[in-house]
Design a protein around this ligand. Structure first.
Ligand code: NAD
Length: 440
């Protein structure tokens, strides 16, 4: 499972050889801390008061011209002349951004009454994605579109931290959050936790398929941030589920999520309700459509999509997801781009995207619950270790960071979406794929 190529390109001969041969040159991603200060730039005339939020990230101000984080406030860019200020601001600094550094561009919603503003704000997407593809050295570039004057603290903290190491080339929309974190548009403040290091203290989180792989990493990350976790997995995986739950001070729940009454059984097991519901359980049964029996189709659709729809409906209807709650479902870049041999899987994961986009506004209005999805790319797990060598290598390298992600990268992204201060992030599908070329 280890990425030997990545280790090799970290050595001097490896660097020499891969450069000479024109091969990908992945940089070891920093997942511990960013190495440098923060640079705050502005293009156009902005009304945003970012300074207090940026100060609270704890990143020192960049003093030596080698920033690890660059925030470009482009919310006030309304015409092509102002767009030139984006070039003017970043052109001189982009070379000096530290390895594994972050560039975050802040944009505004497209104004339907002003096609010049809409053109240049949309231009920021193409700009961000292009810079992400060329910047290299483990550096990431993302665009946050602020639909409200609030500066989206939890999102900025996430994107300016090592937690977002494998998130690049994304466009994330952040709306208006209520003071209670429900994000129902009645206020402007995020519900800032008392303790940013333990933001999930007092919250109950249920993670499906958490006995191993990405789900286990999600359970561990949420528990590490203070949540009381319930590790749900099929009865056959109960040994691993119990061990994980014990380690995390949580509980295990033996349940096949495809059971017709799964939602009711979860609600019965959690009389105090749920604050965080993570739909992670998923299966693949690959085969080209011409060779795919109905059973392979239905088993994948049932686990990956139908059970997510069914349990979400049952839990919301029972009032089992508390106000301020968070639902995060797991899509996949295969659902966005399509993948040969995965018509069943691709359909199921695209279905998750549709579910999220449709349910998010209603779940927020009716239940005070946000609904988002993570869409992992190539993540180093047992699932991907089983992929034949050449396909595996292609999957690993065909992204801007030229390497696979780790389960913790998906877990950290999930934790940001589950954050009490992320009430204004709703209906988003965030790829954790190192800006994969698939579906880009
Ligand atoms: P995995 O196979 O290692 O783990 C999946 C877990 O889900 C297992 O513990 C399994 O027992 C459990 N599970 C399966 N069916 C279940 C059911 N009916 N009820 C309850 N639990 C069930 O997979 P993973 O690689 O950790 O993937 C986790 C999620 O991420 C899946 O939804 C997968 O589709 C998605 N994903 C993974 C990758 C990747 O590269 N690994 C990429 C994109 C998306």
């Amino acid at each position: 499972m280890a990425d030997r190529y990545l280790s090799f390109t970290g050595t001097a001969p490896g660097r020499f050889l891969t450069r000479r041969l024109g091969l990908p040159q992945p940089a070891e991603l920093r997942r511990d801390a960013l190495d440098g200060g923060l640079l705050h730039l502005t293009a156009g005339k902005s009304d945003l008061d970012l300074a207090p939020v940026l100060a609270r990230t704890g990143l020192p101000r960049d003093e030596d011209g080698r920033p690890a984080a660059v925030v470009l406030d482009a919310t006030g860019v309304r015409d092509v002349d102002a767009l030139a200020e984006v070039h003017a601001a970043l052109h001189p600094v982009v070379r000096s951004v530290a390895a594994s550094g972050r560039v975050v561009v802040l944009g505004a919603p497209l104004d339907p009454a002003d096609h010049h503003q809409a053109a240049v704000q949309q231009a920021l997407e193409g700009f961000t994605r292009s810079l992400g593809k060329e910047i290299g050295r483990g550096r990431t570039v993302n665009l946050v579109r602020l639909t409200d004057a609030a500066p989206a603290e939890s999102t900025l903290r996430f994107l300016l931290s090592p937690a977002s190491a494998y998130v690049s080339g994304q466009v994330i929309e952040v709306g208006t959050a209520a003071a209670d974190g429900t994000g129902d548009g009645t206020g402007t403040a995020d519900a800032a936790p008392d303790d940013w290091t333990l933001p999930l203290a007092g919250r109950t989180a249920l993670v499906t398929g958490a006995a191993r792989g990405i789900g286990a990493a999600v359970a561990e990350t949420l528990a590490g941030q203070g949540a009381q976790v319930v590790v749900l997995d099929v009865p056959e995986a109960q040994d691993a589920a119990r061990r994980a739950a014990e380690r995390l001070g949580g509980t295990a729940l033996a349940l096949d999520i495809t059971a017709a009454d799964a939602g009711e059984r979860i609600a019965a097991a959690l009389p105090g309700g749920l604050d965080i519901l993570i739909h992670n359980a998923g299966v693949t049964r690959d085969r080209r459509l011409v060779n795919m029996p109905a059973e392979r189709w239905s088993s994948v659709l049932d686990v990956n999509l139908a059970s997510v729809l069914r349990t979400t409906d049952a839990l919301l209807a029972a009032g089992a997801v508390n106000r301020g709650g968070r639902i995060v479902a797991t899509a996949s870049i295969a659902g966005l781009a399509g993948n040969a041999g995965q018509t069943n899987y691709g359909a199921s994961k695209a279905g998750i995207v549709g579910l999220v986009r449709s349910l998010a506004p209603r779940a927020l209005a009716e239940h005070g619950v946000t609904v988002n999805a993570v869409a992992p790319g190539f993540i180093e797990t047992k699932m991907t270790a089983a992929v034949p060598l050449f396909i595996r290598e292609a999957g690993r390298r065909m992204n801007s960071l030229a390497q696979g992600g780790l389960p913790v990268d998906v877990a950290e992204t999930t934790a940001w979406l589950a954050h009490p201060a992320s009430g204004a992030v709703n209906g988003q599908v965030v790829r954790v794929c190192g800006q994969s070329l698939l579906g880009a």
